[in-house]
Ligand binder design. Structure first.
Ligand SMILES: NC(=O)c1ccc[n+]([C@@H]2O[C@H](COP(=O)([O-])OP(=O)(O)OC[C@H]3O[C@@H](n4cnc5c(N)ncnc54)[C@H](OP(=O)(O)O)[C@@H]3O)[C@@H](O)[C@H]2O)c1
Length: 470
């Protein structure tokens, strides 16, 4: 029998679907799972001449073509280290271990360096698309060396989703932790986009009293226009689903407490560590944390009588404003994410290609959207120059056009007391970044008063301190 071309370790939701995707492209794939019953069950249901399993790592490794390509799709954190440790005695120089889970890029850098000493190539690879994406075509963000990319590209290109031009949604992101870093930013943007959608839902519900199914209709309309995207597509069934257990729509019975697994928090923390600005994503993380404080919110809500202001425009007009505000807000969140990637690329020495990153997000991943194609083209038109997204001509035109609606939406929300942390901060980021003078002069004055922190002047060079009390 011919040796296997590739192994997938970890038969959870993602691993089993990725393995089936490889096998469906006639790539001879062997799988393994810590608890072998799970791997056995996958093979029982889907095994064929291209998909088989092995109960022990030694046989799995022995039956692979060399240099070996072993994909890990296990829980991130210590399970990755444990699997690597178990695999290591069986591997030979030049073999590749590809961590496809949501690992922290700093762990990926550490693992890459440690395995290099053993002659093993470690690849940190971001994969997005959930269960369905893994099976039918995910967006793939591999890091690792150029040599590993050459060896893996023929396989990854076969299983990846397709972009708007029909090309595979995979590209070599850069060395060591670059792939996992870009996946972290992808997830952070996903947080920001979902939060803005939730704020839009809240506004339609609380400002205009729309029911879940009415909001589904609005979002269905959005999904046929400039907001066309996977997330707006799935928003429709999520909002329209009738509840099996009680009267009404299921969404109205779901507890308002959002979970998080950490990638959004990592992105926000990374921005703070680098002195970068990532408010839309950070606010989205805060909004999930605030949602988890259900008990306190219930108690505090009894303490206030909040005045509300009735909207002074009809719902149809508001829907049009909201669509524009969401579009502009999302561009702002992307701009922040790309600027953070620019800083990381400089500091880590990664040659990140923004046009390519936007392109591989066009298909397969959770944030896939028409907007990504717009951003891809914008970055192509910038010809690799280090340009802020807001400075690229078609983006500038779009933001200029939608700015009044964006401001009006946030103003209406504020007046009515509907919180819009992500939409509001996206606007504030735009206003701040496009404002020649910000009030930091005043901050510097205060700092110099209480701490002699000194300041610079607008009209002459040098560092100044004023004896404020004299
Ligand atoms: N679900 C998604 O939509 C999605 C999307 C993109 C990326 N990811 C990332 O992909 C990775 C896998 O996610 P998943 O959703 O497929 O997880 P999952 O369904 O919970 O499966 C987890 C897998 O990890 C294995 N595992 C856990 N601890 C282990 C250990 N100490 N040693 C060896 N194997 C261990 C499990 O083996 P047992 O069966 O033996 O417990 C199982 O195969 C995670 O990093 C996740 O963040 C998930």
């Amino acid at each position: 029998m011919k040796p296997f071309e590739l192994a997938v370790i970890g038969m959870g939701v993602m691993g089993q679907n990725l393995a089936r995707n490889f096998a469906s492209r006639k790539i001879r794939t062997v799988v393994y799972n810590r608890h072998s019953e799970r791997a056995e069950a996958v093979i029982k249901a889907h095994g064929n001449e291209y998909l088989d399993f092995r109960k022990d790592l030694k046989s799995l490794v022995r039956e692979l073509e060399t240099p070996r390509k072993i994909l890990l799709m296990v829980k991130d954190g210590s399970p990755v280290d444990e699997m690597v440790t178990e695999l290591l005695p069986h591997l030979s120089k030049g073999d590749m271990v590809i961590d496809s889970g949501n690992s922290n890029y700093k762990d990926t850098i550490r693992r890459t360096q440690a395995l290099k000493k053993e002659g093993i190539e470690f690849v940190g690879m971001g994969v997005s698309g959930g269960e369905e994406g893994a099976l039918k075509g995910p967006s793939i963000m591999p890091g690792g060396s150029g040599k590993t990319w050459e060896a893996l590209a023929p396989f990854l290109e076969k299983i990846a989703a397709k972009d708007f031009g029909g090309m595979p949604c995979v590209t070599h992101i850069g060395p060591d932790g670059a792939g996992h870093y870009v996946k972290m930013i992808h997830n952070g943007i996903e947080y920001g986009v979902m939060q803005m959608m939730a704020e839009a839902y809240d506004l339609l519900k609380n400002l205009y009293g729309l029911s879940a199914s009415d909001i589904a209709k609005v979002f269905h309309g959005f999904n046929r226009g400039m907001l066309k995207s996977y997330l707006f597509e799935i928003a429709v069934p999520v909002l329209s689903r009738k509840d099996d257990l009680s009267k009404g729509y299921l969404v109205d019975s779901i507890l308002d407490r959002a979970g998080q697994k950490g990638t959004g928090r990592w992105a926000a923390g990374d921005a703070l560590d680098r002195g970068m600005v990532l408010p839309s994503i950070t606010e989205a993380v805060f909004a999930r944390s605030l949602s988890a404080m259900k008990g306190q919110r219930v108690e505090l809500s009894k303490e206030y009588k909040k005045p509300t202001v009735e909207p002074n425009i009809k719902v149809g007009e508001f829907v049009s404003l909201l669509e524009q505000a969401l579009y502009a807000g999302m561009i702002s969140a992307y701009a922040q994410g790309f600027e953070l990637m620019r800083a990381a690329a400089q500091e880590q020495g990664w040659p990140l290609d923004f046009a390519e990153i936007a392109r591989v997000w066009e298909g397969g991943c959770i944030i896939r959207a028409e907007l990504l194609n717009f951003l891809h083209k914008a970055f192509v038109s910038a010809k690799g120059k280090p340009t802020h997204l807001f400075a690229i001509s078609p983006i500038r035109k779009a933001l200029q056009e939608h700015l009044p609606a964006w401001r009006k939406t946030v103003a209406m929300a504020t007046e009515a007391g509907v919180p819009t942390p992500a939409l509001g901060t996206s606007l504030n980021y735009f206003e701040g970044m496009t404002q020649e003078v910000v009030p930091a002069n005043f901050i510097q004055g205060l700092r110099d008063y209480f701490g002699a922190h000194t300041y610079e002047r607008t009209d002459r060079e040098g560092i100044f301190h004023t004896p404020w009390n004299s």
